[in-house]
Design a protein around this ligand. Structure first.
Ligand code: GMT
Length: 391
């Protein structure tokens, strides 16, 4: 195979705790390790992005708080910064994660530049940019326009690709590129983490991580916990990407205080994942559910709802158990199957780890993004009138 010139890539994503930002940061890191020059552009440095890594740069967008605006605007300063960075660093492409408002800003940035400096635009749909905002008449047409103007559109699952067609009415090509996860080395031993969590040797640790938004149905998970807690020493660890306070009343009402451990906004998720026995996810919808994949990488199977892209990730009955959404009793029955049969947990956990490596590892997924990049970059002029790679 002929070696291809490394690319100069701009990436924009939401920097805080959230699947799309985690994925975009990990992708940037992987691309830089493969020799590409990567420039993150956004209002904050993505929280998992390492500092000082070669070929990995961050360009902050400064947002002014003008009194004349009732609502602060991010799209315009973002587009100006994208244009500036594209020109200064001769970017080949802008890869935006989560369409709103990143894709619109990228299209605007591109049109601000002279033809010879225009980067290609790749937009990745992640989830609620399509399933929630895509159906909103106040956003849908702008999203469709940005997708129509993108040089390539990718979606993190076949499900989401379908939703893009159905809800946004986007008729162009969408490449399905599933998410990947590359766990970092753990910083503490399993014993240390179990001690910090106050676990007894026989405790069975359920694991949930999300931003706790209503569609994650944490209320159902707590209800299921209240039904399984008498069976055995079961504890639930919630890695919360938001405040857990709204659930305090339900926890008290169900008497779950001694069965619940909450950690908010943790960076070293791997330390906790190594201690997890079983993931539990009750989302009403989910385009992929990166959290399930994160657990799979640690040999942890999941009980999850059969919604959205989850069946593309979890092989029902082999790497986890899928339940109908909105049904705490089905969730409870599936949890009990694992809790009562620890060999099932080990068997499915091992299968989950293998599946994660085989289909959702950086080695498998990053080349799929690179293929999209080289494809759009080979489309006509002026790309690579400046051939020769970063210099
Ligand atoms: O919904 C979230 O938890 C956050 C959101 C995001 O933008 O980070 O997640 C979406 O993108 C993730 C990464 O591709 C997917 O794993 C999540 O399934 C998706 N969320 C939804 O579809 C609800």
């Amino acid at each position: 195979m002929t070696a291809r010139a490394p690319l100069r890539i701009g990436i924009t994503c939401y920097p805080s705790v959230g699947g799309s930002g985690i994925l975009a940061s990990a992708l940037g890191e992987e691309l830089a390790q493969r020799g590409h020059e990567v420039h993150f552009i956004g209002y904050e440095r993505p929280f998992r992005l390492p500092i000082g890594a070669p070929r990995l740069h961050f360009h902050p967008v400064v947002i002014n708080d003008y009194e004349l605006f009732k609502y602060p605007d991010y799209t315009l300063p973002l587009s100006v910064k994208m244009a500036e960075v594209s020109q200064a660093h001769r970017l080949d492409l802008l890869h935006v994660h989560y369409a709103v408002p990143h894709a619109t800003a990228a299209i605007l940035a591109r049109s601000m530049l002279p033809p010879e400096s225009r980067p290609r635009v790749v937009t990745t749909l992640h989830g609620t940019d399509t399933t929630l905002l895509g159906r909103d008449p106040g956003y849908g047409p702008a999203i469709r326009h940005a997708l129509d103007c993108s040089d390539a559109v990718t979606a993190v699952s076949a499900f989401l690709k379908g939703e893009g067609e159905r809800l946004i009415g986007f008729k162009g090509q969408v490449d399905v590129v599933h998410n990947f996860f590359a766990p970092r080395p753990t910083q503490r031993s399993l014993e240390e983490v179990r001690r910090e969590l106050g676990l007894n040797p026989d405790d069975f640790l359920l694991f949930h991580s999300s931003n706790l938004r209503p569609l994650k149905r944490v209320d159902l998970i707590l209800e299921a916990l209240s039904l399984v807690k008498t069976a055995i020493q079961v504890k639930l660890l919630v890695m919360a990407g938001g405040s857990f306070a709204p659930f305090a009343e339900q926890v008290r009402r169900l008497g779950l205080e001694n069965h619940l451990i909450v950690r908010e906004n943790v960076n070293a998720i791997e330390d906790y994942l190594q201690a997890a026995d079983l993931g539990v996810f009750a989302s009403e919808t989910e385009s992929f559910c990166l959290s399930i994949l994160e657990a799979m990488c640690f040999g942890c199977p999941s009980v999850a709802t059969r919604v959205g892209g989850i069946p593309e990730l979890v092989k029902d009955g082999t790497t986890g158990i899928l339940c109908p959404p909105g049904d705490a009793h089905a969730l409870t029955a599936s949890l009990l199957r694992f809790i009562e049969d620890r060999s099932l947990r080990l068997e499915m956990g091992a299968a989950a780890r293998v599946r994660a490596k085989e289909f959702f590892s950086p080695e498998v997924i990053v080349p799929q993004y690179e293929a999209v990049y080289y494809r759009v970059c080979s489309l006509g002029q002026p790309f690579r009138s400046r051939m020769g790679g970063p210099g």
